[in-house]
Design a protein around this ligand. Structure first.
Ligand SMILES: C[S@@+](CC[C@H](N)C(=O)[O-])C[C@H]1O[C@@H](n2cnc3c(N)ncnc32)[C@H](O)[C@@H]1O
Length: 283
């Protein structure tokens, strides 16, 4: 694994105890919407890349039924363990949670040579190094006519809160105080509006692209704000801080929410899906 992927795996392994705090309000609704919009059907073979605790992989397993199969791949072993527990509670035997870097992972031999029927990546594609080529490779694992889909934050939604979290954390962490805004140059920005996400999906060799907006406006309680820090990549802002520093960030975030009159966390999400068009083989 390259260093930045190992670092990500560490961050997401650390968040595992808190990650599912956002499942009922954020990860879960988006995962379910993605599986619905993908049109996952009984007997399908589905690859869920960056599956975390299974927000989209678990509904996909329910959709494909006992004769289908879901492979959920993620680098964070602790998150996968949570997903396995839920699958067991739901008696879902058709889902494998695999710990691997999905940018290099190869499907097992029980996947038909033509490829998966569907690929789901919920809030994950923008973490992949070289996002465009990594996505193109994953699309290549799906059969001609199969479906691919991603969820991503919508621009001007979650930014307001991430900016606030960064401002507060940089007061306490000298490492962040160089003025570089966290995530300002994240690849996510390139696909964070309906037209840019549509164009990006089409450029990956697809047709019938559909981008829908899943509005998700959550009351900005102190608890939810802290969950957003602890359960997302924002957790990295706390690295290097001791318990006292972390407490101070938590307190200051709550104060800042009031000072900036923020009443809502805008977790509005784009759900983009498309159908794979494979060029005919040349002889
Ligand atoms: C925000 S979480 C989303 C998890 C899940 N899809 C959901 O919606 O709840 C992003 C996930 O991407 C995973 N991830 C990031 N880079 C990865 C890579 N190269 N290979 C596999 N998983 C990766 C992280 O470990 C993390 O679980």
């Amino acid at each position: 694994m390259p260093d930045d992927t190992s670092e990500l795996a560490r961050t997401f392994d650390e968040v595992s105890g808190d990650f599912d705090a956002l499942t009922p309000t954020v990860w879960g609704p988006a995962g379910q919407a993605l599986v619905f919009q993908l049109g996952v059907r009984p007997d399908d073979r589905v690859l869920d890349a960056c599956c975390g605790t299974g927000a989209s992989a678990l509904p996909a397993a329910a959709a494909v039924g006992p004769n289908g199969r879901v492979h959920g791949v993620d680098v964070a072993g602790n998150l996968l363990e949570c997903g396995r527990l839920v699958a067991e509670q739901r008696a879902l035997k058709n889902i494998d949670f695999v710990c691997a870097d999905v940018t290099t992972w190869e499907p097992p031999s029980d996947v038909p040579a033509a490829g998966y029927d569907a690929l789901a990546i919920s809030y994950g594609v923008f973490f992949l190094p070289h996002m465009d080529s990594a996505f193109a490779r994953l699309v290549g694992l799906v059969r001609n006519g199969g479906r691919v889909g991603v969820t991503v934050w919508r621009a001007d939604g979650i930014d307001r809160f991430t900016e606030l979290a960064f401002d507060v954390a940089s007061r306490h962490s000298p490492r962040l105080a160089d003025g570089q805004h966290a995530g300002k140059d994240s690849p996510w920005r390139a696909i964070s509006t309906p037209p840019t996400l549509e164009a990006w999906l089409a450029a990956a060799g697809t047709h019938s692209v559909e981008v829908r907006t899943l509005s998700n406006l959550l009351p900005a309680t102190a608890e939810l704000c802290w969950n957003f820090v602890m359960a997302t990549g924002l957790r990295a802002l706390l690295s290097g801080l001791d318990a006292e520093g972390i407490d101070a960030v938590r307190r200051d975030i709550a104060d800042e929410i009031t000072a900036r009159s923020i009443h809502t966390i805008d977790a509005t999400t784009l759900v983009g899906t498309a159908t794979v068009r494979r060029p005919p083989a040349t002889v």
